[in-house]
Design a protein around this ligand. Structure first.
Ligand SMILES: [Zn+2]
Length: 59
């Protein structure tokens, strides 16, 4: 199943899924840490238009 593209909040371009990282920060919401990784997985998205970088929870 194809993932939904992330749209750059600055310029509206489609962002590229650059990487994924494990985040151990759980304070910003009710995000349940992954039992395998010991944290939550964040997707890192970069914008080809304005070089903006955004992250969001994967899945
Ligand atoms: Zn942009």
């Amino acid at each position: 199943m194809p993932k939904k593209k992330m749209i750059c909040p600055r310029c509206g371009a489609e962002m590229n899924n650059h990487a994924e990282k494990i985040s151990y920060e759980t304070a910003e919401g009710n995000r349940n840490p992954d039992a395998v990784f010991g944290g939550v997985v964040d997707e890192i998205h970069t914008c080809p238009g304005c070089a903006n970088v955004e992250s969001r929870a994967a899945g």
